[in-house]
Design a protein around this ligand. Structure first.
Ligand SMILES: [Zn+2]
Length: 560
């Protein structure tokens, strides 16, 4: 049978064939968006026809499979630019920025429009903030500010009033409203209570949101990212109109240079069941449609992800559930679902055909989530992997259980860059049990990497480099624990493992025949060893990004 090649690429090409290493070849051929040959230059070259384009890489370039971000909140990341950024600011600077924004809005005639922001943390502010501080700098203005870890919201009095939150408002399941000495809401909404103000915030304009998502996807393509697993949005969306349906619409309009696996939240399970959604199915307009995974092209880029559940809170808010207390602020965090509730939700999703992904930060949350997954065998073992998100602190025996149960660990190594100081304060004697990438990888389970944008920037390269060095750019020694990954293992975690957990093995993540032609060309120095913190790998910028055989991003000076 004659195979047609639309494109032949020669040079240093990592196919990721086999179980480890880079799987280097000299050439690949692409036909109809798929890899049709990979191997020696002469063999692949025999597929050259009159219409075949050619790309001969230089000695300073290498080609890798394109990246998929296995944990990226696409809608929230896309609109983050329209919110005030408070990262790294102390209390005074935070209030100054808000005061300036409030004055600017007043001058523009906006007396009571919402200010939304994100990025503050108790470690930067020094203590938990209150509504009164906002009242002093922006009287009467409704303000809602996400903490850096997206687990707590700091809101103003006007925001509390607009959302109807009073001293008598009960805590929602898995959340709490903080109160002052008089029993009044003090301005902090913790965990699942953070969503209480959403009903009062006017929704973003549809068209504007669609433009923001399309623009963000194009930015990701420039970073070498052609896919993401979106664990869902922060705002409640029981009908799934904002994320999944919008992605499907953009994909069908050819405006999504990104494959999205959009997860379902518990409040969306009814809608998901009504629409017959199952993990890995193609999302059409308003419903899932069945499609051959081999035939998926631009129109089928939006798919159903997992059921996203929260077992616990987060480190930044000291709400991750621990087996023993936080050293700096006390307490052992909290479980956001009882073990019974967690099991029940996993079992219900399994009946529908939706595979769970469970957010676990603390070692106690990990144990509870593993117990729940163990109790529901039908939630595991299919083509799509059940997975745990973050896994920031883990006892050795629970790491071993992951393998036995066949559960993947989705980790975000860049969290170490931001959180190392906090982890040292909170877990001074447990640092070697934190961010256990090496131990997790050695069990043989998939370890898909993500950035958790907008919690961290969407650039995948600093995280990949951190997984190899386990070191911060300004520190001489690595973070405790021999948990570094080999370079090739870290590259696989960013490219192949997301495809494996999504049930796409054989279709994506490698550059061997039959796989999608999703690849990037990067400077060869990015893969030079030893990898240094803040070095060429951390600062890598792809020269070319190709998806389904088509160029979706190209550096300004890459002219081939
Ligand atoms: Zn997240």
């Amino acid at each position: 049978m004659a195979v047609r090649a639309d494109l032949i690429v020669t040079g240093r090409i990592a196919t990721l064939a086999g179980a480890r290493g880079f799987g280097w070849v000299q050439a690949i051929a692409v036909g109809e968006g798929r890899i049709v040959a990979a191997g020696r230059r002469t063999t692949v070259g025999s597929l050259q026809g009159p219409a075949t384009r050619r790309l001969d890489l230089g000695p300073h370039e290498v080609l890798l499979p394109a990246i998929t971000d296995a944990h990226l909140h696409l809608t929230d990341a896309a609109v983050a630019g329209q919110r005030v950024q408070l990262d790294g600011l102390a209390l005074e600077a935070t209030l100054e920025r808000l005061a300036a924004l409030h004055q600017e809005l007043l001058r523009a005639g906006d007396l009571d429009g919402w200010i939304e922001g994100l990025g503050w943390s108790i470690d930067q502010l020094g203590s938990w903030p209150e509504a009164d501080a906002l009242e002093r700098v922006a009287p009467g203005r409704p303000i809602a500010l996400w903490s850096h870890d997206l687990h707590t919201r700091w809101v103003s009095r006007a925001a509390l009033a607009a959302a109807g939150i009073t001293s008598r408002t009960p805590d929602p399941p898995g959340g709490s409203i903080a109160h002052d000495g008089q029993g009044q809401p003090s301005g902090l909404l913790l965990e699942h209570a953070a969503g209480l103000v959403d009903r009062a915030i006017p929704p973003l304009d549809e068209a504007l949101l669609a433009r923001a998502i399309a623009a963000y996807a194009a930015r990701l393509a420039g970073l070498g990212v052609v896919g993401c697993h979106d664990p869902g949005g922060l705002a409640p969306d029981p009908d799934m109109e904002r994320g999944p349906v919008q992605y499907a619409r953009l994909a069908q309009a050819g405006r999504l240079p990104l494959r999205v696996h959009a997860s379902v939240r518990p409040e969306q399970l009814d809608a998901a069941e009504g629409r017959g959604l199952r993990s890995a199915q193609v999302l059409g307009q308003g419903a899932a449609r069945h499609a051959d995974p081999v035939a998926d092209r631009a129109g089928a880029r939006a798919r159903v992800g997992w059921l996203k559940l929260f077992a616990d809170g987060a480190l930044g808010s000291r709400s991750g559930a621990l087996l023993s207390p936080y050293a700096d602020r006390g307490g052992q965090g909290r479980l956001l679902l009882t073990p019974g509730e967690l099991r029940g939700l996993i079992a219900r999703a399994a009946r529908i055909g939706i595979v769970p992904q469970v957010h676990v930060i603390g070692d106690r949350a990990l144990r509870v989530a593993l117990d729940a997954l163990e109790a529901v065998p039908s939630a595991r073992g299919g083509r799509v992997w059940a997975r745990l998100e973050h896994v920031q602190l883990a006892a050795a025996r629970d790491v071993a259980r992951l393998r036995g149960l066949g559960v993947a660990a989705s980790v975000q190594p860049a969290h170490l860059l931001h959180d190392a100081a906090m982890a040292r304060r909170a877990w001074p004697r447990r640092q070697a049990r934190a961010y256990r990438w090496g131990s997790l990888a050695s069990t043989g389970i998939p370890l898909p990497f993500g950035t958790d944008a907008p919690v961290e920037p969407p650039d995948p390269w600093p995280g990949i480099a951190t997984a190899v060095t386990r070191r911060l750019p300004d520190e001489a020694r690595p973070f405790p624990g021999a948990e570094q990954l080999e370079l090739a293992r870290a590259i696989r975690a960013a490219t192949l493992d997301p495809a494996v957990v999504a049930g796409e093995e054989g279709h994506g993540g490698r550059l061997t025949p039959g796989h999608r032609a999703d690849f990037i060309v990067i400077p060869a120095e990015a893969l030079a060893e030893p990898v240094r913190p803040g070095g060429a790998l951390a600062g890598c910028r792809p020269r070319l990004t190709v998806m389904d055989g088509e160029t979706v991003a190209r550096a300004a000076d890459f002219d081939r």
